[in-house]
Design a protein around this ligand. Structure first.
Ligand code: SF4
Length: 447
C-alpha cells in the first residue's frame, strides 16, 4: 500500500515523467516541489482511480535522490536515429538554458557556457544541422511584443500573460480557465522554431517535412508533453523528440565524447545567431526584459540606449518581481512569477483587485528554465548557488553580445522580409500562433 502523503503518484500514460515504484523510498522531496493544487488533484485521482493530473514540470525528477521519478527517456531512440538515419536529415535545436548547465555533468565550472562545443559534439555523432533556439526566442518576442502593444492600445485582454512555459499553460487551462483569453497566443520559442524548421527550412533544403527528424534539447521535461499538442504543429509533428539537458549529457557520455578536446564551432545557418535578449529567455525575468526592449522600439521607433538595456528590477531570484516601465507616454506594469505556488499567491491578489498589471511572465520552475526539471542534478546540494551561476552565465552572454535586441537579429529580419512580412501578418498568425482550451473539467472533487 503506497503512502501518497509522502510521494507523488505518476500515471503510466504520462508522456513526460515516469516512476519506478520499487525504487521509491518515500522521502517526500517530490511532494515538497509539486505545485500544491496539482498534488491535491493527484491524490484525489488516486483515490478515485481516475487520471492523475500532472503538468510535467519535472521538478520531482530533478529532486528525486534515487531516480525513482525521472523523465521519460528519448535519448536511446535518438541514438538509434543517428546511427540509422539513411536519407533522413537529422536536425538538433538547442534551448538557451542548456548551454550554461550541461558542463556541470562534465566537471566544468557551474555556469560555463558550452555554446560552441555542443554543435561540434552533435556533428561528430551524425547531426546534419545544429540550430540555436535563441532564434525561436527572438521570433517569439517579435510576435509577443506586437501583440502586447495592440492590447495595450485597445486596452483589451490585459494583463497579457506569457505563454512560453507549457507547464504554466496547462496549469492555466486547468486552474485558471477564466484567464485563457489573457494568455499570449504566440507559440513557445521551441514550437515556433520547430514549425519554421519543418516548413520554410524544409523547403529551402528541398526536403519533405517527413524526411526531417527535428530533435530539441531543452532544460524542460514539460516540452516532452508540449510537442504532442496538435495545435502547435503545422506538419504531422513539428518536433519529433525532446531531450533534456541530462539526456544530452547521457548521450555524450555513451558516445565517449570528450568535450574538452573538441574544436569549437558555431550554430548553423540560417539560424546562426540569436540576440542577447533571446538568450536570457532561459532565466526568470528574461522574457519580460526581451519583450520590453522590443516593445519600446515598436512603440517609439527608437532603440533603448546601451545603458538603458538592463532592466535590473526584472532580474534576480525572487519568486515574485514587479516593475513599472515607461515607454514614451505609456506606463507598463510588469510582474514576473516563477514557481506556481507564487503564482497562486499573485492570482489571489489580482482577483481581489489588490494589484493589477499589464504584462505577467509566468515560469513554472522556480528561477525559470535555468532550474528546469531536466537540468543536471549534479550540484543539487547547493541548488540556489547553482541557479544563480547559471543565471549569471546567461546575463553575461547578453552583456557581451553585439546583438542585444531581438528585432535587430539579421536572420529574423530576413525571415520577415522574405516570408512573414510583418509581426502578426496572416502567415505569421498561421505559423507562429496557437490556442489553448479550458481543461477545468479535469478537476475532481470540490471546485
Ligand atoms: Fe519548462 Fe522552463 Fe516552464 Fe520549467 S519554467 S516547465 S523548464 S518552460
Amino acid at each position: 500500500m503506497r503512502n501518497y502523503e509522502v510521494e507523488v503518484p505518476v500515471s503510466e500514460t504520462n508522456s513526460a515523467i515516469m516512476k519506478e515504484q520499487e525504487k521509491c523510498i518515500s522521502c517526500g522531496y517530490c511532494v515538497n516541489v509539486c505545485p500544491p493544487k496539482v498534488y491535491e488533484q493527484q491524490k484525489i485521482g488516486i483515490e478515485n482511480n481516475s487520471d492523475i493530473l500532472c503538468i510535467s514540470c519535472g521538478q520531482c525528477t530533478n529532486i528525486c535522490p534515487v531516480e525513482a521519478i525521472k523523465e521519460r527517456l528519448s535519448y536511446k531512440i535518438v541514438q538509434r536515429v543517428l546511427k540509422n538515419k539513411e536519407e533522413k536529415c537529422v536536425i538538433f535545436s538547442i534551448a538557451p538554458a542548456v548551454r550554461v548547465a550541461l558542463g556541470e555533468e562534465f566537471g566544468f565550472e557551474v555556469g560555463t557556457n558550452l555554446e560552441h562545443l555542443i554543435p561540434s559534439a552533435l556533428k561528430s555523432i551524425g547531426a546534419d544541422y545544429v540550430f540555436d533556439i535563441t532564434f525561436g526566442a527572438d521570433l517569439t518576442i517579435m510576435e509577443e511584443s506586437k501583440e502586447f502593444l495592440n492590447r495595450l492600445e485597445s486596452n483589451e485582454k490585459l494583463p497579457q500573460f506569457t505563454s512560453c512555459c507549457p507547464a504554466w499553460v496547462k496549469y492555466a487551462e486547468v486552474f485558471y480557465p477564466e484567464y485563457l483569453p489573457n494568455l499570449s497566443t504566440t507559440k513557445s520559442p521551441i514550437a515556433m522554431q520547430s514549425t519554421i524548421v519543418k516548413t520554410l527550412f524544409a523547403s529551402k533544403i528541398k526536403k519533405m517535412p517527413e524526411d526531417i527528424i527535428h530533435i530539441v534539447v531543452a532544460p524542460c521535461t514539460a516540452k516532452k508533453s508540449e510537442i504532442q499538442r496538435k495545435e502547435l504543429s503545422i506538419t504531422k509533428q513539428d518536433t519529433d523528440y525532446v531531450l533534456t539537458t541530462r539526456e544530452l549529457a547521457a548521450l555524450f557520455k555513451e558516445e565517449n565524447i570528450d568535450l574538452r578536446n573538441l574544436k569549437p564551432s558555431k550554430f548553423d545557418h540560417p539560424f546562426p545567431v540569436g540576440s542577447g535578449a533571446g538568450v536570457i529567455f532561459g532565466t526568470s525575468g528574461g522574457v519580460s526584459e526581451a519583450a520590453m526592449r522590443t516593445a519600446y522600439y515598436f512603440y517609439t521607433g527608437v532603440n533603448l540606449k546601451k545603458q538603458e538595456l538592463n532592466f535590473q528590477e526584472l532580474r534576480g531570484m525572487n519568486g515574485i518581481k514587479e516593475a513599472t516601465i515607461t515607454i514614451k507616454d505609456k506606463t507598463v506594469k510588469v510582474a514576473i512569477v516563477s514557481g506556481l505556488k507564487n503564482l497562486d499567491i499573485l492570482m489571489e491578489k489580482i482577483k481581489s483587485k489588490e494589484v493589477s498589471y499589464d504584462f505577467i511572465e509566468v515560469m513554472a520552475c522556480p528561477g525559470g528554465c535555468i532550474a528546469g526539471g531536466g537540468q543536471p542534478k549534479s550540484t543539487l546540494l547547493n541548488m540556489q548557488e547553482t541557479k544563480k551561476k547559471r543565471m549569471e552565465g546567461l546575463y553575461q552572454e547578453d552583456e557581451k553580445s553585439h546583438l542585444r535586441l531581438c528585432h535587430q537579429n539579421p536572420s529574423i529580419l530576413k525571415l520577415y522580409e522574405k516570408y512573414l512580412q510583418y509581426p502578426g501578418s496572416p502567415l505569421a498568425e498561421e505559423l507562429l500562433h496557437t490556442s489553448c482550451e479550458d481543461k477545468s473539467y479535469l478537476i475532481e472533487g470540490e471546485k
